[in-house]
Design a protein around this ligand. Structure first.
Ligand code: ADP
Length: 402
């Protein structure tokens, strides 16, 4: 089965074409600047040269048209005709409380996605636009949606409720949802393979550390608690997001700076995190370079990030009464050995012993802890597209074998 995986952002479309017989990548690409001047698509079919083309694209429909043109291009494309694409899997950020797994798209699912727009006003609309464009342009391929929130639907009320009047949860669905679910689920599946232990027998703490970052406690293969909340602003300190803060800070900034609520939230989302603290960058490569040159604020930002990850790891070890492994992924989790070292420092008493030599290792799936570390430390390359493609294959096969 050949599956096209689509991930629509507000002005972008990331896509991958996968052969699910052996899970190999046939082609991938990125559409950027949709609806703004300079729209561009870059496409690579495995084994062929990368093609970059500037074409005006006013909306996601135009974007999907360009994706189809790139995939079917006689010279640089990957398929002779669209009939070769058996199914499409879409990443959708928010499935609310209704969806705890991926599903095949139908009228009801589309309606439910529209209903979730208020929960993810920036993310769900482009996701829906992508689904509708594919329905129009590739009407024969069944479509599946995979949600970032679905994996966390196993979290219990004691961990998802905020201590605010209960009626706000009942009336507006204000609760912790959690995000990066596809990545946390992938980490659990891969860690189980790496440790050769059934996922149902594992307690894991999975750390997705990229521009957005979250930590999840996974007990017996199910999400038990997670650091992101009602929105992806809660939890860890991130590249440009503040993570957990005293909510009263919002009023203080608004009042002292004469800003609206909306403006303050934009500051907390886009100008805070390690960028806000350091004044240098949201990228850890820049921060660590500045730190090496003696920039004190960059050093504090790096240490602050590590401290918050450590804080959640400690909390989740306490909540789950132990853990078998801590798993790192995402741009920082995979590549930043200093960050992994700072996070795991001084946790010997808790049973975490990072091996400095192993921490330097390259590789997509490696164990970084000492042999006698009670809690193993792993790093692996996440692959959310593969999770979507696997779900798509499974659901479509089930649906059509009936
Ligand atoms: P996104 O959340 O946008 O998918 P990624 O998971 O790709 O982000 O992570 C991007 C971040 O990873 C960069 O901003 C940077 O901070 C960090 N990063 C990437 N490579 C390295 C590296 N070699 N060393 C340290 N940090 C890195």
């Amino acid at each position: 089965m050949i599956v096209l995986v689509i991930n629509c952002g507000s002005s972008s479309i990331k896509y991958q074409l996968l052969n699910m017989e052996d899970e190999s990548l046939i082609a991938k690409g990125l559409v950027e600047r949709i609806g703004i001047e300079g729209s561009v698509i870059s496409h690579t079919t495995t084994g062929k040269e990368k093609v970059v083309k500037e074409v005006p694209m006013k909306d996601h429909n135009d974007g999907i048209e360009q994706v189809i043109a790139a995939l079917t291009d006689p010279e640089t494309g990957a398929v002779k005709s669209l009939d070769e694409i058996d199914a499409i899997g879409h990443r959708v950020v928010h499935g609310g409380e209704k969806y705890n797994t991926s599903v095949i798209v139908n009228e009801q699912v589309l309606k439910d996605l529209e209903d979730c727009v208020s929960l993810a006003p920036l993310h769900n609309p482009p996701n829906i636009a992508g689904i509708k464009a594919c329905m129009k342009l590739m009407p024969n391929a069944p479509e599946v949606v995979a949600f970032d929130t679905a994996f966390h639907q196993t979290i219990k009320p004691v961990n998802y409720l905020y201590a605010i009047p209960y009626e706000y949860y009942q009336k507006y669905g204000i609760r912790r949802y959690g995000f990066h679910g596809l990545s946390h689920m992938f980490m659990a599946q891969e860690a189980s393979k790496m440790l050769n232990i059934d996922v149902d027998d594992l307690k894991l703490i999975t750390c997705h550390l990229g521009n957005g970052a979250s930590v999840t406690a996974i007990k017996h293969g199910r999400s038990f608690d997670t650091s992101m909340g009602y929105t992806p602003l809660e939890g860890l300190v991130m590249g440009t997001r503040c993570g957990d803060i005293d909510p009263a800070v919002i009023e203080a900034i608004a009042e002292k700076e004469g800003k609206s609520l909306e403006e303050v939230l934009a500051i907390l989302n886009k100008e805070s995190g390690v960028l806000g603290v350091s004044g240098v960058s949201s990228d850890f490569r820049d921060l660590e370079a500045a730190m090496a040159e003696g920039n004190t604020r960059a050093k504090i930002a790096v240490e602050l990030f590590a401290r918050r990850v450590k804080f959640y790891i400690g909390a989740y070890i306490a909540e789950m009464n132990g853990a078998d492994a801590i798993v790192f992924t995402g741009g920082i989790g995979e590549n930043d050995k200093l960050m992994r070292e700072l996070i795991c420092k001084n946790m010997g008493n808790m049973g975490v012993k990072l091996d400095p030599a192993k921490n330097n290792q390259k590789g997509d799936a490696v164990i970084l802890s000492t042999d006698d570390s009670k809690i193993k430390v792993l790093k692996l390359a996440t692959n959310e597209e593969l999770v979507i493609a696997r779900d798509t294959k499974e659901l479509v096969e089930k649906e059509f074998s009936r």
